[in-house]
Design a protein around this ligand. Structure first.
Ligand code: NAP
Length: 345
């Protein structure tokens, strides 16, 4: 429901949800069913990380797996069926020190909200290798499902040792001639099932204790190769920068390079707000089973507040929790207002 607040004569939404991945969609379903008429700001990557994945095998209720894009589209349809509104917009600046909150959008509009659910997720991390700014999108990619088909017959490198890197490598094995997983330690972080699949794939090999320091090529030629460093005890880049003589440097040919080195939470727009952020950039929620933050009326859901679990199913769970927490908080505020009509909020 929109209403006019005491603090502004512009319309104020009850709930605005920032982000449209699985957490934002789940929050939208719950908030819409609670008649809070949520507005979902879809952000620069509508649908979030699941839209970049193929089969989701561990989301409850899909024994055959489900396509990530399909899961997201069905979630959006479900939220819209209950009345959630979607806008293809991004928050550029948030004023959260006074209520109602004010959001300045990239398109130039300004919104007010009584409650805000931050579900902005996380974006692919970059390694920091020389040449990556120039070559991202020219043979260097963070998304095998998006760009893998351009690498038919290529020898490609996948950087990282977690589930994302294994997933990238496995997907690329449909197209590339060979895939070399380059990992900075000698032990994978990936789950056993993903690690085993990658190890059993004859097209995938591993370079242990090795890091990428330079990407070679140009925007005209695309990626042509890479400079790798390695050290028997791992983490070679730091040792290389410290001048360790046991670091070996090598150039290799490669027709493509894929990053699978994790994600960083999308919290830049919160930097100048009173919402506490962890050193990792994650939005901090209060301790205990809650999505509340230290700023009353601001709630967090999904990967943006979760450095540990980061699963589609847990994001859906915290999304629903955020909507329930927002609903309870708005109810309490309304009850307070009924008792004291002069209180703002
Ligand atoms: P992650 O588990 O944090 O793994 C990131 C990997 O990249 C680690 O091996 C890390 O090395 C390496 N790394 C990080 N920064 C690096 C750098 N600057 N240079 C070189 N290597 C670097 O991230 P993720 O793989 O994206 O997975 C995130 C979550 O999503 C996990 O919970 C995962 O289970 C889940 N996920 C699941 C699936 C699936 O089940 N199909 C697919 C994708 C993701 P260290 O090991 O040395 O730290």
């Amino acid at each position: 429901m929109s209403e006019l607040s005491d603090a502004t004569d512009e319309p104020v939404r009850d709930v605005v949800i920032v982000g449209s991945g699985v957490a934002g969609l789940s929050a939208a379903v719950y908030a819409a069913r609670a008649d809070l008429d949520p507005l979902v700001l879809e952000g620069p990557e509508p649908g979030g990380q699941l839209t970049l994945t193929t089969d989701v095998e561990n989301y409850l209720g899909f024994p055959e797996g489900v396509d990530g894009m399909e899961l997201i589209q069905r979630g959006k349809d479900q939220a819209q069926a209950f009345g959630a509104e979607f806008s293809h917009d991004t928050v550029e600046n948030a004023t959260l020190s006074e209520r109602p909150f004010t959001l300045d959008l990239a398109a130039g509009d300004r919104l007010h909200a009584r409650a805000l659910i931050v579900a902005t997720g996380a974006s692919a991390r970059w390694v920091g290798a020389d040449g990556e700014d120039e070559l991202m999108g020219y043979g260097l990619s963070t998304c095998a499902t998006c760009d893998g088909a351009f690498h038919r017959g290529d020898d490609v490198l996948v950087i990282g040792g977690g589930d994302s890197a294994m997933e990238e490598a496995l997907f690329l094995s449909k197209f590339a001639d060979s895939i070399t997983v380059v990992h900075r330690r000698d032990e994978l972080r990936a789950s056993d099932i993903m690690a085993e699949r990658a190890r059993e794939n004859p097209d995938i090999s591993f370079r242990w204790n090795t890091e990428l320091v330079e990407i070679r090529g140009s925007q005209e030629t695309g990626v042509t190769g890479a400079t790798l460093v390695s050290h028997p005890q791992g983490y070679p880049t730091d040792r290389w920068q410290d001048g360790d003589p046991d670091v070996a440097e090598e150039t290799v040919d490669a027709g493509g390079i894929f990053y699978g080195v994790g994600h960083v939470p999308n919290t830049d727009f919160l930097a100048d707000t009173p919402v506490p952020l962890a050193e990792s950039g994650h939005l901090e929620t209060l301790t205990g089973m809650t999505t509340e933050t230290a700023v009353e009326g601001v709630f967090g859901a999904g990967d943006v507040m979760d450095p540990d679990y980061r699963q589609a199913i847990t994001s859906a769970g915290t999304g629903s929790m955020a909507a329930l927490d927002a609903e309870a908080w708005l109810d309490a505020l309304d009850a307070e207002r009924t008792e004291d009509p002069l209180s703002a909020g």
